[in-house]
Ligand binder design. Structure first.
Ligand SMILES: CC(C)(COP(=O)(O)OP(=O)(O)OC[C@H]1O[C@@H](n2cnc3c(N)ncnc32)[C@H](O)[C@@H]1OP(=O)(O)O)[C@@H](O)C(=O)NCCC(=O)NCCS
Length: 143
């Protein structure tokens, strides 16, 4: 089941899967609680197994109402079951209703195929984020 959740509910998965167990409170992102930001989660038997965060944030050079996808994580025991795909598709439909023009993210190399499968395209060359590794900016037109 997919639900809107709080920023606080995303922190355990962010910490364990994106920040190598960093203190959960240090896994908050600037903008998590800004108006227009929202967070979604996929629950299996009441257990939160996949989360994603959306910040209202334009990408330089891309006019219109843009949202940045952040903190996209599926718990390792639940990966490759289509859960991440379902959660993002739910969010894209919601964003269309919000009249968003596009969604973008700094995609980790290991997630390129995942985003390509949802229709995202590359809008940057590869770059390195310190301690995290190679990324490219990816973009999905919504409206
Ligand atoms: C990227 C991530 C969120 C994908 O979540 P998921 O729930 O496993 O994704 P899905 O099962 O919905 O995958 C949908 C499709 O994406 C592609 N995909 C997903 N993970 C993939 C992988 N590791 N390698 C190659 N393709 C992959 C596949 O085409 C997959 O369909 P298939 O399983 O039928 O082949 C998950 O692997 C994850 O949390 N990774 C660790 C954290 C991370 O790197 N997050 C991204 C930050 S930018």
């Amino acid at each position: 089941m997919i639900k809107f959740i709080s920023a606080g509910q995303t922190l355990d998965l962010r910490s364990s899967e994106l920040r190598e167990g960093l203190d959960r409170e240090l896994c908050r992102f600037e903008g998590d609680d800004t108006e227009g930001s929202f967070h979604v989660g996929y629950f299996t038997d009441e257990r939160l197994v996949c989360v994603a965060t959306f910040h209202r944030q334009q990408r330089e050079g891309f006019p219109g109402l843009g949202f940045q996808l952040r903190g996209m994580v599926t718990h390792p025991d639940f990966q490759r079951k289509g859960i991440g795909n379902q959660l993002l598709n739910f969010s894209i439909v919601y964003l269309r209703g919000q009249k968003a023009d596009y969604l973008w993210c700094n995609a980790r190399k290991i997630a390129f195929r995942f985003y390509l499968g949802l229709g995202f395209e590359f809008i940057s060359d590869e770059f390195e984020l310190p301690k995290i590794g190679p990324h490219r900016v990816m973009y999905l037109k919504i409206n």
